[in-house]
Write a protein that binds this ligand. Structure first.
Ligand code: 5GP
Length: 119
């Protein structure tokens, strides 16, 4: 399926929709989730147009991939959850209930998070 340029994160990247930025560099944007599921809930997205991890793994440059991983380290340090612990989640496609078709990693922390899967 072709990347949907009108998805909400594409609009955030173009500055058409506001977000609360946590961190940004040439390759990634990290911002607060609008509906946080934990005291810390940050979304990190690549600036490139990738629908999900499968596409990113196949098509992104090594530099973009490195930046995406490094952004996790930056965010958990900024949010001071590097020592207390945190969870990263990437939903991909229908079975995962991915809502927004632009690759994003959820970074969750600041409390005990419970079981990995609820059902
Ligand atoms: P998914 O289910 O695709 O893995 O997660 C999508 C996430 O995007 C959800 O946690 C949801 O709260 C968040 N989200 C949806 N729309 C917006 C928005 O306009 N702004 C921000 N900051 N987060 C959003």
């Amino acid at each position: 399926m072709a990347y949907d340029r009108e998805n909400i994160f594409a609009k955030i990247l173009r500055g058409e929709i506001p977000c609360e930025i946590v961190h940004e560099d040439d390759h990634v944007l990290a911002f607060e989730d609008i509906n946080p599921q934990a005291p810390v809930h940050v979304l990190i997205i690549p600036k490139g147009a990738y629908e999900n991890m499968t596409e990113f793994a196949k098509k992104a440059s090594a530099e973009a991939k490195t930046a995406f991983i490094e952004a996790v380290g930056t965010v958990v340090n900024l949010k001071r959850i590097d020592k207390t612990g945190y969870r990263t989640i990437i939903n991909n496609g229908e079975d995962s209930l991915q809502e927004v078709p632009h690759l994003h990693v959820h970074v969750l922390g600041g409390r005990r998070l419970g079981a990995l899967l609820s059902t």
